[in-house]
Write a new protein. Structure first.
Length: 153
């Protein structure tokens, strides 16, 4: 009987879905991200919204495991948005998706409270991989940003 307990715990853990909240101003991009995330099997989108004053309250009420946030559309306020999200709750993971391809910006995202940084133009499967990687406790940086950093040194 003792030998079956770990197996039962693994089955229970495998069935538990990780809740993802998407912050993205473009409706079509939000819907595309939601579709690919929901197909991943172990992930489910618990909410999605654009960057506005209501998003913080929505995240607080849905209690996601991870927030996938596009800070590109927030302009210079992107880093401030990350800090505001962290004030809402420090326990969820925060993966930033952005059009800005720069190691300096990626570093600022991490210093502001992000757990990862991925380029918006990455393949959708790579975005799902990044979500899962961050959910496992790793820091994820888009390979394109890393290659650009290594090439500039």
């Amino acid at each position: 009987m003792i030998a079956t307990q770990p197996i039962a715990l693994k089955v229970k853990a495998a069935k538990q879905l990780q809740k993802i909240y998407i912050v993205e101003d473009h409706t079509a991009a939000r819907e595309e991200l939601a579709q690919i995330i929901n197909r991943a099997g172990n992930l489910t989108v618990c909410g999605a919204a654009g960057v506005d004053h209501r998003v913080l309250a929505a995240i607080a009420s849905t209690k996601p495991d991870l927030v996938l946030a596009d800070v590109s559309s927030a302009g210079k306020q992107g880093l401030a948005l990350i800090k505001k999200l962290r004030l809402v709750n420090r326990s969820f993971k925060l993966l930033v998706i952005s059009t800005q391809n720069g190691a300096l910006y990626a570093a600022k995202v991490l210093l502001s409270g992000g757990d990862g940084y991925i380029m918006k133009r990455e393949d959708l499967d790579e975005i799902v991989y990044a979500i899962q990687d961050v959910m496992q406790g790793h820091i994820y940086i888009s390979e394109e940003v890393m290659e650009r950093t290594q090439g500039s040194g």
